[in-house]
Design a protein around this ligand. Structure first.
Ligand SMILES: *Cc1c(COP(=O)(O)O)cnc(C)c1O
Length: 448
């Protein structure tokens, strides 16, 4: 351990970690980043193949974004957002309404993904209370969902790793069995199915519509669950039922928004508009904690009244509408437009797919390689025929992750899933390194 690592462990409690693991795997102390690469205090480089937890879109220390922050910093860093506003927020709201699906016309500001989810849940519940449906008090979510880790967000999540111990504290929601395309119980595949698996969610909605205020879902990719990809038809069916029963469709695009799936937003693949959309992560290109809840005029109007009617949405965060974050988000959107990022990503995604597929084919432990846009995931299985998963206690992904780090690539896994979620600036040589090291590490781990 070097001095920085010793000092780090003296006071810092890292997120999503068993701190005891750091005894023989100390924190990697990063001194600087440039483009897709990070450099530690010893000068070793790491390709950031997970975009630093899915947030970084255009590389570290991006010249354009740095300049945008500097410019904004000279004018205003932050101001209270109740009764006050500022040009970057106003312009960002205009941009967001323009690029999100039709019908989303009001923008509420928060400061991280979980807080956007909390605001969305409260907004949906509150709306029904104020529009004559006080019995609509419950949410529906699907298995393997992840919506963040504050208590409301955990309530609608389904990953035991994060939520199990807290169950006594959580909201009582309805849980439907969600899609599971790799192990489809209907024997279909993503190309030929009609979302037969929607039946579980559909039945809950039909039977309990009077009690349901909203359904929250990660459109097309359940990222934290292991980049589980499912087809757009599922979302179309959900949209139709939500409309029929006056239930809010809450799209959590925190991970999949801003081009990850190949379109600006995942809902676009399904041609649907949600009633509430949560945005965060990539919104500030990996620079600042920030989030938005975008919603309809209908929902907004239910809160619009004389003050004394006490109908306002009183939710607030100190850093809501942070001006630096708004300026960064605007610059990020300009990069999307001027550099034709979505089109360029089609090319990048194909390079990733070609390289991975060439190595994944016939591999003894790769059950499935799935990809959607700039998200690619290798699911490792003990047995390819039965699709039997490795026992989680073996920590297969973690072992491979550590080998890959030694080889200079950051590939933080999700259980037994090794995934690629690089910034939208990687070119062929970076992709080469990313894919080569992933497979070298997998093969070294299994002694192949
Ligand atoms: C990361 C994530 C969140 C939570 O965002 P935080 O900023 O980490 O609180 C919520 N939903 C989804 C789909 C996410 O991927």
């Amino acid at each position: 351990m070097n001095e920085w690592q010793k000092r780090d462990l003296r006071y810092i409690w890292h997120p999503c970690s068993q701190m005891k693991d750091y005894e023989d795997f100390p924190p990697i102390v990063i001194e600087r980043g440039k483009g897709a690469y990070l450099y530690d205090t010893d000068g070793k480089s790491y390709l950031d193949a997970v975009s630093s937890w899915w947030v970084n879109l255009f590389g570290h220390s991006n010249d354009r974004i740095n300049a945008a922050i500097r410019q904004q910093l000279e004018k205003l860093e932050h101001v209270i957002f109740a009764n006050f506003s500022h040009p970057p927020a106003i312009e960002l709201a205009e941009d967001i309404v323009r690029i999100t699906p039709a019908g989303l016309e009001k923008v509420f500001f928060a400061d991280n993904g979980s807080s956007a989810v909390e605001a969305a849940l409260k907004m949906s519940f509150h709306y029904h209370q104020q529009t004559g449906h006080p019995r609509k008090t419950r949410f529906v979510a699907i298995t393997d969902a992840y919506h963040g880790e504050t208590l409301g967000a955990l309530s609608v999540g389904d990953l035991d790793l994060y939520s199990k111990i807290y169950k006594p504290l959580l909201l009582n929601i309805f849980k439907a069995t969600g899609p599971d395309c790799y192990r489809c119980p209907f024997g279909k595949n993503r190309e030929n199915c009609d979302a037969e698996c929607f039946e579980s969610l559909g039945r809950i909605i039909e039977e309990h519509s009077e009690e349901i205020c909203g359904v929250i879902i990660e459109p097309l990719v359940q990222c934290a669950a292991g980049m589980k990809i499912y087809p757009p038809v599922y979302l179309k069916k959900l949209r139709a039922l939500c409309t029929k029963y006056n239930i809010h469709f809450i799209a959590d695009e925190i991970a999949v928004g801003f081009g990850r799936t190949g379109k600006m937003f995942a809902c676009v693949h399904a041609g649907i508009s949600p009633d509430i959309m949560c945005l965060s992560k990539g919104i500030t290109a990996g620079y600042m904690p920030f989030s938005l809840v975008v919603t309809t005029n209908d929902i907004y109007s239910a809160f619009y009244a004389d003050y004394t009617e006490l109908k306002a949405f009183m939710h607030s965060h100190s850093y809501a509408g942070n001006a630096l974050a708004c300026a960064v988000a605007r610059e990020s959107l300009s990069i999307f437009a001027e550099d034709n990022v979505l089109v360029q990503n089609e090319r990048r995604a194909k390079i990733i797919a070609d390289k991975v597929n060439a190595l994944a084919q016939g591999h003894s432990y790769i059950g499935e390689y799935r990809q959607m846009g700039m998200i690619g995931a290798l699911e490792l299985v003990e047995d390819k025929i039965s699709k039997k998963a490795f026992d989680w206690q073996k920590r297969i992904g973690y072992g491979i992750y550590r080998l890959a780090l030694k080889k200079g690539v950051l590939l933080r896994p999700l259980g037994n899933v090794i995934y690629f979620m690089p910034p939208y600036i990687v070119e062929e040589e970076d992709i080469d390194l990313m894919v080569r090291v992933a497979f070298e590490s997998i093969n070294e781990y299994f002694g192949i």
